[in-house]
Design a protein around this ligand. Sequence first.
Ligand code: ATP
Length: 255
Amino acid sequence: MIEVTDLHKEFNGVPVLKGISTSFEKGKTSMIIGQSGSGKTVFLKCLLGLFVPEKGIICFDGRKHTELSIKQQRQLRKEIGMVFQGGALYDSLTVEENIMFPLKMFTNNKPSEMLHRVNAVLKRVNLENVNKKFPAELSGGMQKRVAIARAIVMNPKYLFCDEPNSGLDPITATVIDNLIQEITKEYQMITIINSHDMNSVMEIGEKIIFLKNGIKAWEGTNKDIFKTENETVVDFVYSSNLFKKVREAYLNETK
Ligand SMILES: Nc1ncnc2c1ncn2[C@@H]1O[C@H](COP(=O)(O)OP(=O)(O)OP(=O)(O)O)[C@@H](O)[C@H]1O
């Protein structure tokens, strides 16, 4: 479990995260939602160790981030897979080299072992025969799969994804969502996804955290979100007519 307690982060005296407390469970896809600028990326970067919070505790399966030695921090970093916004693949490296990158950096595995692992994760994300291709030769959805394959190549305990669906058509976005959820269950990872995509939230948001101006304004599941009367959540999530209608239909069905 990842437990976050009273997390505060500010930049040049301007508070961005204002005392967030929550927790994330193994085998579940949790989603952070909220308007642009609400603090989602900063929150994820605090968890990743890229930003140091001014106050608060982040505890990874009993390991408090404030109490870890440099060696333990490095170990923890190895246990986190990250899918960056836009994929963040290295354009000048092939698919195989991109996915092998963390293995070369963090392990002393033999090249044949590394290649075996690369092929295994490529197969898992349903990509084959693309080892020697460069990212620019792949579609957006394929690039996202490569980014996911790279994120899971070290067999992580924790998977963080920043807008994994950005730039994808709705069908490909759903395929990527389902892939992330399946892998989360299979590897029993703690998966946290920043998202703007309400389809994803409804589809795979086993836990949803709604941030507003750096405060946790609401927390619940994708079932709860249909029923909530919380005005800020309703205004944000149901700003589109389509989702309003879906919600009305759901509420009528469950009356
Ligand atoms: N390195 C930084 N230095 C100063 N301010 C920052 C830094 N990173 C983020 N911020 C500020 O923190 C606030 C929250 O930003 P953040 O990127 O977390 O928002 P977000 O919810 O992820 O938005 P989006 O949905 O647009 O990605 C913004 O006001 C942003 O300007």
